[in-house]
Unconditional design. Structure first.
Length: 234
């Protein structure tokens, strides 16, 4: 298991996450692995200190892909993605995770850092929802990594974090993200006008959502049945 400070805890992966955190369920936990059609394993795990180099390199090299669809950054893209920026981000994410507001995860493919998935604005009680957001490095796109990661993240939100509803947004100019969400069962709920500050301006977004119980099985199981995932790893 990985603790909130990126330290390895001697515990079998089969035991990880079997007992939810009493105050912050779903954190810090590692999901099951799933196998893509090309044979590569994918899973989600907590972000670690050692991810700094990969995070900085991937975000920097994908600037032309990520900047048009990501929240506006202060200063230059380079300064917002150097190692010092990583440490500030990691501290902020862990602080929020330890208060139960957020679950920040690394997307891991073939045992390597491949991107990031976040469950944010987690609320329990009568609201019981969160949003899901993600990005995948261009080194791993076109293989179904994002689709598998969203399935794992959504199942984690329902099964481990314990929310009733998961929402997501995507830009009209980014239909690929909409397809990833639709494949996982998210349905269109509305159109949000000038709702998020993206790449220097307020942008409209499609709003999609999925509630627990809309399907009889999990996102991962549906992807397996549809051939987008071969199986869960042993």
């Amino acid at each position: 298991m990985i603790d909130p400070f990126g330290r390895a805890v001697r515990r079998s992966e089969k035991q990880v996450g079997r007992d939810p955190h009493p105050e912050h369920p779903g954190w810090p936990e590692v999901t099951d692995r799933v196998i893509l059609p090309d044979g590569s394993p994918v899973r989600l795990r907590p972000l670690l200190r050692r991810d700094a180099g990969s995070w900085s390199a991937m975000r920097t090299e994908d600037v032309e892909i990520l900047r048009p669809v990501e929240p506006t950054v202060a200063g230059t893209w380079k300064s917002a993605h150097d190692r010092s920026a990583w440490w500030r981000l990691l501290l902020t994410l862990r602080t929020m995770a330890n208060t139960g507001v957020l679950v920040p995860m690394a997307i891991e493919c073939d045992g390597c850092f491949a991107g990031q998935l976040t469950l944010g604005n987690i609320q329990h009680g009568v609201v019981s929802d969160c949003w899901i957001g993600y990005w995948v490095s261009s080194r791993y796109t076109g293989r179904g990594v994002a689709t598998a990661a969203v399935a794992l993240g959504t199942d984690h939100a329902f099964g481990r974090v314990g929310v009733h509803r998961v929402t997501a947004t995507y830009l009209p100019a980014n239909p690929a993200s909409g397809r990833v969400l639709a494949i996982n069962g998210f349905r269109e709920e509305g159109y949000l006008v000038r709702c998020l500050h993206i790449d220097g301006d307020w942008r409209d977004h499609h709003l999609v959502a999925l509630t627990e119980g809309e399907f009889l099985d999990s996102c991962v199981d549906r992807l397996i049945r549809g051939g987008r995932i071969l199986r869960k790893a042993d």
